[in-house]
Ligand binder design. Structure first.
Ligand code: 13P
Length: 354
């Protein structure tokens, strides 16, 4: 028998669909707004999130949207709760429930994610507000000496406790252990650390009795660090990522939805496409749960102005469609350009109407 949790987990990674991460904290979104001269008020943040959720055809490519606490309590311009707007469109509402990565005692340059205290009660409230899945992000920095064992095990333990609490409340946990791209490390070092972290996370999930069929994994791709002198090909990222995942992620997990982690948007799409095209067994759906790689162009296009809402929505749809194709392994440069032209045609239409 398929449980509701399994049903929801499978829906999140349904064929050709992925997740929009739009759960930036007020602080993070304010930084992004500041860079573009947009004033960060609750209304402006609401307008922006509504623009993303209601982008034309986005629901064709998006299974779910991860919201921040502020957003799930907000209403759209017509007075409907944003979670209801999602559901009406056929998009599952999700919620970020961790309370941020804080310095790890004993090794304060490393981080441990907090938020377990009172989580059961918060999950009950979020479920009442419409959330059907949740996200918790652990952050693992890489250097020659990091991550230490304490950082890996503390974060794995917290992820597993969070996942068990989510499932208890009929909420699908997205389990996100992010090995950061910051630094100069090689792809080999990223694979070694990512493998170690995934191994610890699945051991902790097993220990906490979390049925893997009712969760989604959100890992980093295995890449060289942003400042590494040894950058690799798209194909090498795909084969190394799959090599690592096959070794450490049980096939009972229905889907893996990658974070973008600071990759530029087109490269994140190309990587996902190459992963889906690569040879060899892939027992899980492989899709996207991008934040920046879906939003960056849309946010810059919007720039906080009402007259740019249609154009920004087109940009979001464009990237969501490209990533949907990549999740099927059918994305091409021609599709990127063709969709781009369609998007521009849409933008021109929007301007003509004003
Ligand atoms: P990025 O895709 O921008 O890394 O964000 C995904 C996310 O949800 C980070 O927690």
């Amino acid at each position: 028998m398929i449980t509701d949790l399994e049903h929801t987990a499978r829906a999140l990674v349904a064929r050709g669909k992925g997740i929009l991460a739009a759960d930036e904290t007020v602080g993070t979104l304010t930084k992004r707004f500041d860079a573009l001269g947009i004033s960060s008020t609750p209304e402006k943040r609401r307008d922006y999130r509504e623009l993303l959720i209601t982008a034309p055809s986005a629901a064709e490519f998006l299974s779910g949207v991860i919201m921040h606490d502020e957003t799930i309590r907000q209403q759209s311009a017509d007075g409907s709760p944003l979670a209801s707007v999602c559901r009406r469109l056929g998009i599952l509402p999700g919620i970020k429930v961790d309370l941020g990565a804080k310095p790890l005692a004993g090794s304060p340059t490393e981080k441990v994610t907090e938020g377990l205290d009172g989580l059961r009660e918060r999950l009950k409230e979020y479920r009442d507000l419409g959330a059907r899945f949740a996200k918790w992000r652990a952050v693992i920095a890489v250097s020659r000496v990091f991550p230490g064992e304490a950082c890996v095990s503390a974060n794995a333990h917290a992820l597993a406790r969070y996942a068990a609490l989510c499932q208890e409340q009929d909420i699908v946990p997205i389990v996100e252990p992010e090995v950061l791209m910051d630094g100069t490390h090689t792809i080999e070092r990223c694979e070694e650390v990512t493998g170690r972290v995934l191994q610890a996370v699945f051991a902790a999930l097993f220990e906490q009795g979390v049925p893997l069929e009712g969760m989604v994994l959100k890992p980093n791709m295995v890449v060289a660090a942003a400042a590494s002198e040894q950058q690799t090909s798209v194909e090498e990222v795909a084969t190394t990522t799959l090599h690592c995942l096959r070794r450490h992620v049980p096939p009972a997990v229905p889907g893996i939805a990658f974070l973008s982690g600071g990759q530029n948007d087109v490269l994140a799409t190309r990587h996902l496409n190459a992963i889906n095209r690569a040879e060899g067994p892939k027992p899980w759906a492989l899709t996207f749960s991008y934040g920046r790689a879906l939003q960056d162009t849309a946010l810059a296009t919007w720039a906080g102005k009402r007259e740019n809402v249609a154009a920004a929505g087109q940009q979001l749809s464009h990237r969501a469609r490209c990533n949907s194709l990549a999740a099927l392994g059918t994305y091409t440069e021609a599709e990127e350009k063709q969709v781009h032209i369609e998007a521009l045609a849409g933008i021109a239409g929007g301007w003509d109407d004003d």
